[in-house]
Structure formats: structure tokens, C-alpha cells
Design a protein around this ligand. Structure first.
Ligand code: DGL
Length: 276
């Protein structure tokens, strides 16, 4: 049986690396009272070129590690994990688990004007068909084009998010979308919003670029409020812990630049040993 969670406990989020910070940023903006613990599995990034079985094994280790921080909600800030491992995580975790696919698909379905939705993701997310199925259900008349863009992940991890290199990569992946009636591009990987400028430049100003992070943060807010789990205002400021599994200095540099704030610390953890 699930034990009742403590409203003052932190929200846990995880991704393969810096990508899930795009979700953390929206959580910090919309739920400023909440404590958070973010885990980036930088030792094993990328996840998006791996099989569903391996992704699920890694995801369960991250979930277990964050559970040891007594979190009250687990946000899977990774599309690849959300596509393959949500049922396994829901079964293994004693707390609510929120993925990013359903909120992202809802946001894109609300945005399209009956045209074509292009969903961009890792090879593993695209191969799973999870977005294609969700979009077909939520926007039955829309045409869906799915495109794997694996090189966006190392560019984001490296912090190469502006300038010629990301623009050329985006051009190579996406230039044909300009001729295919696409009115909405859904960023189906949490790393991709870091490259949103380069992507928008290539698809053009008339195409809406949708990032599911805002919708995921909104879903988290609703879930906490409807379960009586929102942190009460006790006059203290929220604490934010950041963990990663390799190269904390590099992680910190990219994370601080992206979040626009200094991190209290970046702790190196080993997921093989579960506890914090
Ligand atoms: N950011 C992740 C996602 O949303 C995974 C990227 C990767 O590790 O390949 O799918």
C-alpha cells in the first residue's frame, strides 16, 4: 500500500542529463514554493539511442535513488523514459509519477490549426510510437510527421546551443518540413528546447514550436493541489538539490547558463548504490 506523502517533501525529477532542466525551469517558475531534487544521469547519456529495456533499467535506478530522498512526486523529465518506462515506474514507486508525453501531446494538439504536427524526438522515442499514438488520439484530424534528431542531445550537453553548428544540424534534419504543411513542431525531447532558437530559425516564423515543459509543470501543479500535496507556505525559501552521475563541473556550467541561476551545489552520485 502507498503511504501518504508529506506535502513538505521535495519533488524529484530526472533525465539522462541536462535536458530535464527545461522542465525544472518551468517547475521553478510555476511552483516556487516547492523543494526539488534533480538527477541527471550524465554518466550514461544519451538514453535515446538505447533499447526500451535498457532505458527502463536505468529509469528504475534513478527512480529508486530519488525515492531515497523521500520525494512526494516523481516527474519523468525525459521523453525517452516516458515513452518506454512509465508503467514500470508507476508500479515500482510508492508516490505519483508524472511523464512528459501526455502533457506535451495535449499542448501540441491545442496549438495546431488542423495542419500537420511534426514531433521531434530521440530515435528511441520516435520508434516507440508513443507520441504518434497520443497525438492521433488527441488531434484525430491532424497529420503527424515524426522525426528523430539524435545529434541535438550532444549539442545541448556540450552547451553548443547557438550559432552556426546547431543551425546547420537543424537545417539538415528539418529543412524539408518547410514544404510539408507543418504548422506545429512539438519538441518531444527535453533537451531540444535548449536548441529552440536554431529549430525556429529553420522551420520559419509561421510554425509554432511547442515545448511540453510548460504543460508538464501545469500538470504537476494540478496533481499536487488535487492530492493535498502542495507545500504549505511556512515562510522558508525552497531548497533545490542537483545530482548527476558524472562530470559535475560541466553539468553545473551548462545548467547555470540555462537556468539563469546559480545552483546551490551539484553532487556526484552513483546509482549502483541507491541511497543518497
Ligand atoms: N532528454 C531526453 C528525452 O527527453 C533523453 C535524451 C537522450 O538521452 O538521448 O528523451
Amino acid at each position: 500500500m502507498r503511504s501518504p506523502a508529506n506535502p513538505s517533501a521535495p519533488i524529484g525529477l530526472f533525465d539522462s542529463g541536462v535536458g530535464g532542466l527545461t522542465v525544472l525551469r518551468e517547475i521553478l517558475a510555476r511552483l516556487p514554493r516547492e523543494h526539488t531534487v534533480y538527477l541527471g544521469d550524465t554518466a550514461r547519456v544519451p538514453y535515446g539511442t538505447r533499447s526500451g529495456e535498457v532505458v527502463t533499467r536505468y529509469a528504475l535506478q534513478s527512480g529508486k535513488h530519488l525515492a531515497a530522498h523521500q520525494i512526494k512526486l516523481l516527474i519523468v523529465a525525459c521523453n525517452t523514459v516516458s515513452a518506454h518506462s512509465l508503467p514500470a515506474l508507476v508500479g515500482a514507486m510508492p508516490i505519483p509519477v508524472l511523464g512528459v508525453i501526455e502533457p506535451g501531446a495535449r499542448a501540441a494538439a491545442a496549438r495546431t490549426r488542423g495542419g500537420t504536427i511534426a514531433v521531434l524526438g530521440t530515435p528511441s522515442t520516435i520508434a516507440s510510437g508513443a507520441y504518434q499514438a497520443a497525438l492521433q488520439r488527441l488531434a484525430p484530424t491532424a497529420k503527424v510527421v515524426a522525426r528523430a534528431c539524435p545529434l541535438f542531445v550532444p549539442l545541448a550537453e556540450e552547451g553548443w546551443v547557438d550559432g552556426e553548428v546547431p543551425r546547420l544540424v537543424a537545417e539538415r534534419y528539418l529543412s524539408d518540413l518547410r514544404r510539408s504543411g507543418v504548422d506545429t513542431v512539438l519538441l518531444g525531447c527535453t533537451h531540444y528546447p535548449l536548441l529552440a532558437r536554431a529549430i525556429a530559425q529553420v522551420v520559419g516564423p509561421d510554425v509554432a514550436v511547442v515545448d511540453g515543459a510548460v504543460a508538464t509543470a501545469q500538470a504537476a501543479l494540478e496533481l499536487l493541489e488535487s492530492n493535498g500535496l502542495a507545500r504549505p507556505d511556512d515562510g522558508t525559501t525552497a531548497r533545490h538539490r542537483t545530482l548527476c552521475t558524472d562530470l559535475p563541473d560541466r553539468f553545473r556550467a551548462v545548467a547555470e547558463r540555462f537556468l539563469g541561476r546559480q545552483l546551490e551545489s551539484v553532487e556526484l552520485v552513483d546509482l549502483a548504490f541507491g541511497a543518497p
